[in-house]
Design a protein around this ligand. Structure first.
Ligand SMILES: Nc1ncnc2c1ncn2[C@@H]1O[C@H](COP(=O)(O)OP(=O)(O)O)[C@@H](O)[C@H]1O
Ligand SMILES: [Mg+2]
Length: 359
């Protein structure tokens, strides 16, 4: 019997962030210590089928992204494979971004199969994924955030021209002359846009509604974009901050993944007192949103209002240049040691939960 743990890395998925997930998975698989883990790459293709993806990962390893982005390989049935846990301990690392991966759905499947997994559980994943639910929880906990309104596509679709114009006027009046529009449940800036007038707001909402039934509309914040990494469970550790300096209008999909133009600065120049506020707010948001294992907490730092929380990502990017692992490296936790910590936290939480349910 092997004393190694079995680490199933789940990647790909059906969301608009499929590509990003494949890139993160490649790096986690490369970095996982082969003396500690038998790594099993499992890719979910864009149709939602699961595959044993050893070949896809080999292709990714050679840098041949063109061939490897569709995780092909023999079909892998989670119900039979996960139900058949051997003498080896099995931990699943869901490296899936966006809906059907980061939103509690896969986590629910893993709960039902009683398999330990890295990251937040069903509730934490769902709350943090939904920008409206996140904002409502942050309001309750008095964590500073941008002013916002949620808009329901079902209501929007029934408005006539007058109704639309009065909604748009109301939103600009309430939120200012420039506003951000986002689908409630997505990430990587997909479907996010800025609006300045009725026409651009109409377009922005239609775009957001092509991804989700709900949209968030919020005031534009002029501030630095600051991110912190959180690691742990009941008593989370928080890293030093990092800063994103987008080159363009805002930190959009192209800047995140296509042209690599945004600057990522680890430990930027921020007053010690503000760093401490950012760290406290990150831990409070992590706990308020019932997160576990890991999260990247993103803020705007406004020159007068101070930190304004933007969002919490429960499955942050995991490429070596991604902010989440880089911030831990800065404090001496290497990428592969970070994977070990996440596995330990997952096992610990799983055994704690079992103890609690057994009472
Ligand atoms: N209220 C806002 N004010 C200013 N910039 C914003 C605002 N909301 C979003 N942005 C810009 O858009 C980017 C993506 O928005 P975000 O809410 O982080 O969505 P996602 O979940 O897709 O990453 C942010 O990193 C930031 O550059
Ligand atoms: Mg973001």
């Amino acid at each position: 019997m092997s004393s190694k743990n079995c680490l199933i890395v789940l990647f790909g998925g059906q969301s608009a962030e499929h590509y990003v997930s494949c890139v993160s998975a490649r790096h986690v698989i490369e970095a996982a210590n082969p003396e500690l883990y038998d790594v099993i790459p499992v890719g979910i293709d864009r149709n939602g089928d699961w595959h044993l993806a050893e070949k896809a990962i080999e292709d990714l390893g050679t840098g041949d992204l063109g061939n490897a982005l569709e995780p092909a390989g023999p079909m892998w049935n989670p119900m039979t494979e996960l139900g058949n846990t051997s003498a080896q301990k099995t931990v699943v690392f869901p490296l899936l971004h966006g809906p059907l991966g980061e939103d509690g759905t896969i986590q629910g499947l893993l709960e039902v199969m009683d398999v330990p997994y890295i990251g937040s559980g069903v509730l934490g994943s769902a709350l943090a994924m939904d920008k409206i639910a996140t904002k409502e929880i942050l309001t309750h906990h008095k964590i500073p955030q941008a002013s916002y309104r949620s808009v329901d596509s079902k209501l929007f679709e029934h408005l006539n021209t007058d109704g639309l114009n009065s909604l748009f006027s109301e939103l600009f009046e309430e939120l200012g002359s420039t506003i951000f529009v986002k689908p409630a449940n997505l990430g990587s800036s997909v479907g996010v846009s800025k609006a300045y007038d009725h026409e651009s707001l109409h377009k922005a909402l239609e775009m957001a509604f092509s991804y989700d039934e709900w949209a968030v509309v919020e005031e534009a914040i002029e501030g630095r974009e600051i991110e912190l990494s959180v690691l742990g469970d009941l008593v989370p550790q928080v890293s030093t901050p990092g800063e994103i300096r987008p080159m363009g209008d805002f930190y959009d999909y192209a800047e995140k993944y296509q042209n690599d133009s945004a600057e990522l600065i680890v430990d930027p120049d921020i007053e010690a007192e503000i760093v401490s506020d950012l760290q406290q707010l990150s831990a409070s948001a992590f706990l308020a949103l019932r997160c576990s294992g890991m999260a990247r907490v993103d803020f705007f730092l406004h020159s007068e209002r101070g930190p304004i929380l933007n969002e919490v990502n429960t499955i942050p990017g995991f490429t070596p240049i991604s902010m989440y692992p880089r911030l831990w490296e800065q404090v001496g936790l290497s990428y592969s040691a970070l994977v070990d910590r996440l596995v330990d936290i997952a096992l610990e939480r799983h055994s704690r939960k079992r103890r609690n349910t057994a009472i």
